[in-house]
Write a protein that binds this ligand. Structure first.
Ligand code: ADP
Ligand code: XUL
Length: 482
């Protein structure tokens, strides 16, 4: 590996993020200063895929949400083209990245050969468009595998047993149940699959020109990996689909090198042939690393497409709620996490309906309404929620005698709508109160010493202020590329 003292002058580090709505690049100097950044938004910059928020919602299969795999490849090519005038790729000594967790890619039989012999004179899309046994990648927003979840849990002795084995009970979006659904409903696709990658290992595979291992921290989001041993769990593999281990390949720690960058990128984009590709990991584990979260009393809240809350712990104590993943930085430690599907996109919907599509107006409403909204409370699920597991629907209640919470006189009455100001406060307050409630129940620090916020909505100071009020602790953010 490269030691910092032995780095060449002007050395650069390239960090990529393949997420739900976009791919992003951040370039750091030797002194860890951001020197360039770039984004490719799927909906607006690759409109021919016709995605909404980067995804497709299948009208014929309730809860099925997926993305076109090849769109991620085209986005990577476009991202590099946009970055090219800004930095000298030959100075990049290491590349790594984050992938949206749980999403999976199905490489067709024979694709390893295609991947390792890419012609630098041609685009990646033209050479990889036929490399997949299905063109659709199920992603983390999917909730269509409840049947498979129950089957896998039952096969290993119940939900708690599965959680003790893998760090989580079965969740619809986790990759194991997704793989089982493909095996059951499209056996020809499963049979024709040579390798299954996560979004993280998929992007790393393209960069190294061969199948990259699945990173252990992201592997923990599959309901397939033994959380203590960090190897595939034979019992769960068998409960999921036949001959699965060979389709998954090896696991590797988050800090391992996946290999040197492939000759394709050396010749087409002038990367240095010695440039390392470091294992890509899931976006949440990488956020934990990036925020340098290393104090047990601290919590991080990520407000991206999903909302997540996470912290670190020395021991794995998986339960029926939340997730335990390996800590990407401390090899013996763990991270604990809660995930909400109705994050930024649901806030955006309310902003569009009630605040003239403007965050400024949204924030103004948030600032001028009182804490607890005069008893107007709401639960907003644009998509099936993960936590608690509830179907699509917006539910609004007015609670009477709210100021006298100790009395038995509390009465709630369901209503169809609130005034726009109250609607804005109700969604943000409802989301953050739910986070606090579940975080406490899950044994996360209460109150936390401090919260570090990241993700798109962490640029919104009014939202951060509300988080500080609800959790009763200071909230910090980190430098974000402009
Ligand atoms: P991803 O999970 O795809 O990486 P990001 O972290 O890039 O998501 O966050 C994107 C989201 O950030 C958008 O959907 C948008 O709603 C939200 N966002 C951006 N700016 C603001 C803002 N000022 N206030 C609230 N939300 C914002
Ligand atoms: C985590 C999860 C989401 C995705 C978003 O379990 O499903 O936070 O990682 O990219």
């Amino acid at each position: 590996m490269v030691g910092r003292s032995s780095l060449p002058d002007g050395a650069l580090f390239l960090g990529l993020d393949s997420s739900t709505q976009s791919v992003k690049a951040t370039v750091l100097s030797n002194e860890l200063i951001i020197v360039a950044s770039e984004t490719v938004n799927f909906d607006s910059e690759l409109p021919h895929y016709k995605t909404e928020g980067g995804v497709y919602r299948d009208p014929t299969d309730d809860g099925r949400i997926y993305s076109p795999t090849i769109m991620w490849v085209e986005a990577l090519e476009l991202l590099l083209e946009k970055l090219k005038p800004k930095i000298n790729f030959s100075k990049v000594v290491a590349v790594s990245g984050s992938g949206q967790q749980h999403g999976s890619v199905y490489w067709k039989k024979g694709s390893q050969a295609v991947l390792s012999s890419l012609d630098p004179g041609k685009s990646l899309v033209s050479q990889l468009k036929d490399a997949f046994s299905t063109m659709d990648s199920p992603i983390w927003m999917d909730s269509s595998t409840t049947k498979q979840c129950r089957e896998v849990e039952n096969a290993v002795g119940g939900a708690l047993e599965l959680s003790k084995l893998t760090g989580s009970r079965a969740y619809e979006r986790f990759t194991g149940p997704q793989i089982r659904k493909i095996y059951q409903t499209a056996p020809h696709i499963y049979e024709n699959t040579e390798r299954i990658s996560l979004v993280s290992s998929f992007m790393a595979s393209i960069l190294v020109g061969c199948y990259a291992s699945i990173d252990e921290t992201d592997g923990a989001g599959m309901n397939l990996m033994d959380i203590n041993k960090r190897t595939w769990s034979k019992a769960v593999l068998e409960a999921t689909a036949p001959d699965l281990e060979q389709k998954l390949g090896n696991l590797a720690p988050a800090c391992a090198a996946a290999g040197r960058i492939s000759s394709y990128f050396v010749e087409r984009h002038q990367f240095d042939k010695n440039c390392f590709v470091i294992q890509w990991s899931g976006d949440n584990p990488n956020s934990l690393a990036g925020l340098t979260l290393n104090t047990p009393g601290d919590l991080a809240i990520s407000l991206g497409t999903s909302d997540t809350v996470f912290g670190i712990t020395a021991e794995a104590k998986p339960s029926l709620e939340g997730h335990v993943f390996p800590n990407p930085v401390e090899p013996d430690g763990y991270m604990v996490m809660l995930c909400y599907k109705n994050g930024s996109l649901t806030r955006e919907d309310v902003r569009n309906q009630c605040a003239e599509k403007s965050w400024d107006i949204f924030n103004n409403y948030l600032e001028k309404t009182p804490p607890l909204n005069g008893g107007r409370l709401g639960f907003y699920y644009k998509d099936h929620e993960i936590l608690p597991p509830l179907p699509v629907g917006f539910h609004r209640y007015i609670v009477e005698n709210f100021s006298d919470a100790s009395s038995d006189n509390l009465k709630e009455c369901e209503v169809q709508e609130f005034d726009p100001e109250s609607e804005v406060r109700a969604i943000v307050e409802g989301q953050m109160l739910s986070m606090r409630g579940h975080a406490e129940r899950f044994g996360m620090p209460n109150p936390p010493k401090r919260i570090i916020a990241t993700g798109g909505a962490s640029s919104n100071e009014s939202i951060l202020k509300l988080i500080a009020q609800i959790f009763g602790c200071p909230v910090f953010t980190v430098e974000r590329p402009g």
